[in-house]
Design a protein around this ligand. Sequence first.
Ligand SMILES: Nc1nc2c(ncn2[C@@H]2O[C@H](COP(=O)(O)OP(=O)(O)OP(=O)(O)O)[C@@H](O)[C@H]2O)c(=O)[nH]1
Ligand SMILES: C[S@@+](CC[C@H](N)C(=O)[O-])C[C@H]1O[C@@H](n2cnc3c(N)ncnc32)[C@H](O)[C@@H]1O
Ligand code: SF4
Ligand code: SF4
Length: 337
Amino acid sequence: MAVNDEPRPLVDGFRRAITYLRLSVTDRCDLRCTYCMPERMTFLPRREVLSLEELYELACGFIERGVTKIRITGGEPLVRRDIVHLFEMLGRRLGHGLEELTLTTNGTQLAQHAEALAKAGVRRVNVSLDTLERARFEALTRRDALPQVLEGIAAAREAGLKVKLNAVALKGVNEDELPDLIEWAHGQGHDVTLIEVMPLGDVEEERLDQYLPLSDVRARLEQRWTLAESDHATGGPARYVDVAETGGRLGLITPHTGNFCAGCNRLRVTATGQLYPCLGGAERVDLRAALRSERPEEELAAALERAMAIKPEKHHFRMDERGAKPHLPRHMSLTGG
Ligand SMILES: Nc1nc2c(ncn2[C@@H]2O[C@H](COP(=O)(O)OP(=O)(O)OP(=O)(O)O)[C@@H](O)[C@H]2O)c(=O)[nH]1
Ligand SMILES: C[S@@+](CC[C@H](N)C(=O)[O-])C[C@H]1O[C@@H](n2cnc3c(N)ncnc32)[C@H](O)[C@@H]1O
Ligand code: SF4
Ligand code: SF4
């Protein structure tokens, strides 16, 4: 299909238009966040992972079907060798169907890549940072990498990238630090988003011990600050409030205390080309087989129709049972969130 042809939009069975693709480029990571994966994690064999050219081809297929925002994620996307090449290729689609090219990263490799990312057309980057205390960071990620992440954030800013920070709110871990983290982020000019932990994949800790409802966090923040609903929207799941005293914006991602599935506009594809129509669902569609078939265009179109047909209305995560098995065995690092 020519670049300027009208796209045939992807619409699911609940009349939700899909405009946002989360594309995972690797399941590997240089950190081991305790809420995401165990220390001894088994990664996918490299031979199963799509090449950068295949990932690009898949992404273009989505752009042709009306996807306007692509977020590169992982595992840690910046640990994949030559990943900047994918950003450069996709960057050329900006203004030609693609409106936003962005990434979610743990920030450890950002200092090396920030300038090249900006040059490729990235304007915003989400950096995951759950704590500003070095020892706590090391306990939480099982790696002593806080200085590297802070350097990465500074380099991103110098390169002209708008930085948003993501922090998973964790009971008894960073709970006491969230106001300081927000204040610091806003002082640096960064938006910050808090996230409720989701029960994906086996980790060493009990999920219920990690879970901190953001309704509680918000109530506590409201004793300290004035929060006003904001109509700011990024096309992601966060709902935003403005914090009067800091002058900054705070996002809340609340799969448990404020379901946002009615506004779902996204799909996710793993580094092996498996399309998961829902983060909370086990169903998937194999795009790699379609891509490598004799008639990739037809097979991909058929696979996307299947994905639209099976995309569920919402997730069914539960966070109320001690000792419960994970909702799904798959870790967040496979789909990139
Ligand atoms: N339940 C659920 N969580 C999601 C979904 N999309 C993103 N998240 C979670 O939201 C958190 C932040 O995701 P990001 O990668 O920063 O993406 P985003 O929130 O879409 O980013 P913005 O473009 O800045 O809005 C991660 O923990 C994701 O797992 C979704 O469709 N469903
Ligand atoms: C899986 S990571 C992939 C990208 C990159 N490695 C990073 O950490 O930003 C994407 C996002 O998912 C979040 N995340 C990971 N496991 C989670 C879980 N079990 N529940 C909620 N969010 C989770 C991370 O904090 C991060 O913001
Ligand atoms: S949250 Fe991101 S940085 Fe942390 S272990 Fe998972 S993939 Fe790695
Ligand atoms: S949990 Fe599923 S339906 Fe809900 S917003 Fe995420 S992907 Fe969409």
